[in-house]
Design a protein around this ligand. Structure first.
Ligand code: GCU
Length: 616
């Protein structure tokens, strides 16, 4: 929108069309009102709600605009849009799984609901918070635009101008468009379903005029944990960021179980702190200890549950709290297979993690985008380590500066939301991006920015592998920048048969931990045949047996973990074998009805042995 029109709009409406505010982190620890539930919708493939018949953007007061409410006053009144039953849709929820008309739909759907002004004091503000909307969201309240957001898997919020909020029946409209574009993140080509919609929780967040917007509280990662344990002196450090600058205010921090009660004078919009504690129960996979932490600014508080731990790389090893750990991982898409829908709730997270625990895994790779917030939060409570990533996937437009900015924004939103989750040990900046100078510059920029923004975790990406006559080597230049060398290999599925693993040689040019971020084979659940039969459960079992043997006998000594592809079958428009796939990627160890395949037990046995050997 041209600046002149924007200023005119501000002048005319008195409501600023704001870009997106900085994210309010940890809404679960704040005063909120849920806007989940039944909304109404209009399917709008021709964008009629946004453009007039000459395809000009509609003026804000245009009665035909779908963000405006129409009230029929007399018989002759005329409108051609409206929100009412039976055009109902559940929020949170992708639209694809809610009605057969939406299964493959890519376009615009308008969402609408009313809400009343929440209980709040006069010195409070209200923000509208969205857990995620895939892919582009334009948010309107009572006919005024609050803002727009792009990115299908990260949260965002808009401040509601006080003068806009009515006591009753506030008319909230969200235009959602999930069309794919070459210059977006991800781009047009992915191996997952393009679920559209308001796919995660929506809530009103009530905060004082000045409040704690974001914060980070963690062990000082520069300290030697073993020494800290011996000397009973653990350093804790972090920062607090306010929504605006204050003069002479007070921020207090309490961690009751550690008898921590700190008060800090703050002038400006941020504060850094550092202090020692004598004892602490370190968070780990077999001791997922979380502490209640409360942060207050002038009496208004935000509460969190935080685990204190250190993750680091020491040469070829990954250390958790100073001890080497092998990542017994499994990759997961954000999907509930039995209902072919996006996962979006605590109950969904519990289902996925129950399978992870049955596998005896201690780590999940949340592919290929940040999952809903219940996933890292539940991983904190269960003691499961997390690799989470932004969907810089395959053939992104690496030479486009605007695309880099989009990736950086999604990275910031991912880190802002989950920086206080002990379970998150790896930020990944992408997956299987084709090697080129432009791509490595793009990706290394993301790696450096991630390290700067959060030095308390490892940074990775699924790198490219070179194959040459049985010799598998990793010399992807991006490996210079990442903390661990991760790669996806499908030796025995996309390359040769599973017995190719018997002679495979592996080399990495990097003296860093070596992690297999994907390996897997397809099988239709319940289809049995000889092991040579592709898509039989026996073939997949053979594949895992050969892979496990290779891990045990022929992998380099910096082998530090694996997250096989994938826990459960998932929807993909790229998978169209009419006998075995029918729109599903069948590499799950569990099929889309929730039944375990033979290969599940091969991996489970391998992880049980590793767990017994490691003692945790
Ligand atoms: C790739 C990719 C996955 C994909 C998998 C497959 O490694 O990272 O997203 O689903 O291969 O081919 O099944």
């Amino acid at each position: 929108m041209k600046k002149s029109i924007l200023y005119l709009l501000i002048f005319l409406t008195g409501v600023s069309v704001k870009g997106q505010e900085d994210l309010i982190s940890n809404t679960q620890g704040r005063e909120t009102v849920s806007l989940n539930g039944t909304w109404h919708y209009i399917v709008d493939p021709y964008e009629t709600g946004f453009y007039d018949y000459r395809f000009r953007e509609r003026r804000e007061t245009d009665g035909g605009a779908y963000w405006n409410k129409f009230v029929k006053k007399k018989k002759t009144d005329w409108t051609e849009h409206g929100y009412q039953a039976p055009y109902n849709i559940k929020v949170p929820g992708d639209w694809n799984s809610q009605d057969r008309q939406f299964v493959y739909y890519e376009g615009t759907v308008w969402y609408q609901r009313n809400f009343d002004k929440p209980e709040m004091s006069s010195d409070e503000d209200v923000y509208l918070y969205f857990g995620a909307v895939n892919y582009e969201a334009h948010v309107y309240l009572n006919g005024k635009k609050l803002g727009m957001h792009k990115g299908g898997f990260t949260p965002f919020n808009f401040k509601v101008p006080g003068e806009l909020l009515k006591d009753k029946d506030n008319f909230l409209v969200v235009r959602v468009n999930n069309e794919r574009h070459p210059e977006e993140i991800p781009t047009v080509n992915t191996d997952w379903w393009n679920y559209g919609g308001i796919t995660r929780d929506v809530k009103l967040v009530m905060v004082p005029k000045q409040f704690i917007q974001q914060y980070h509280v963690q062990l000082n990662q520069d300290q030697d944990i073993i020494k800290a344990q011996r000397s009973k002196k653990y350093g804790i450090k972090g920062w607090v960021k306010l929504n605006e600058a204050v003069t002479d205010a007070e921020v207090s921090m309490e961690i009751p179980e550690l008898k921590v009660k700190k008060r800090y004078k703050v002038t400006g919009d941020s504060l850094r702190f550092e202090f020692d504690v004598k004892r602490i129960s370190l968070w780990s996979t077999n001791n997922p200890k979380l502490y209640d932490v409360s942060l207050k600014l002038n009496g208004s508080s935000v509460t969190d549950k935080i685990g204190f731990r250190k993750i680091e790389v020491d040469g070829k090893k990954i250390l958790l709290n100073g001890k080497q750990i092998f990542l017994r991982g499994i990759s997961i898409h954000e999907e509930i297979p039995q209902e072919a829908r996006r996962a979006n709730s605590k109950k969904d997270a519990a289902q996925l993690y129950s399978w992870v625990k049955e596998l005896d895994a201690n780590m999940v790779r949340l592919a290929h985008y940040p999952h809903n917030e219940y996933m890292p939060r539940m991983a904190d409570s269960l003691g499961i380590l997390v690799w989470t990533e932004i969907p810089v996937y395959w053939t992104i437009d690496f030479g486009n500066r605007e695309v880099l900015k989009k990736a950086q924004k999604q990275l910031r939103e991912m880190i802002s939301r989950d920086r206080n989750r002990a379970s998150v040990i790896i930020w990944s900046v992408g997956n299987e991006t084709p090697v080129s100078e432009t791509r490595t510059k793009f990706m290394s920029t993301l790696v450096k920015e991630t390290k700067k923004s959060d030095p308390t975790r490892l940074v990775s990406a699924a790198l490219e592998v070179g194959y040459n006559k049985g010799r598998n080597y990793v010399d992807d230049p991006l490996g210079e920048y990442t903390d661990i060398v991760s790669l996806n290999e499908y030796l025995g599925w996309y390359g040769g048969l599973p017995d190719a693993c018997k002679t495979a040689q592996w080399e990495t040019k990097y003296n860093k931990p070596f992690f297999i971020s994907e390996t897997g084979a397809g099988a239709k659940g319940g289809f049995h045949d000889e092991k040579e039969m592709r898509f039989s459960e026996e073939y997949q079992k053979w594949y895992y047996e050969e892979q496990v043997a290779m891990f045990k006998e022929r992998f380099p000594d910096n082998f530090s973990g694996v997250s096989p592809w994938i826990l459960v079958d998932f929807r993909s428009p790229r998978r169209n074998n009419p006998d075995y796939q029918e729109g599903w990627n069948r590499k799950g160890l569990i099929d889309n009805k929730g039944n375990k395949k033979l290969a599940f037990y091969v991996l489970q046995q391998y992880y049980k042995e590793l767990k017994e050997k490691a003692g945790h």
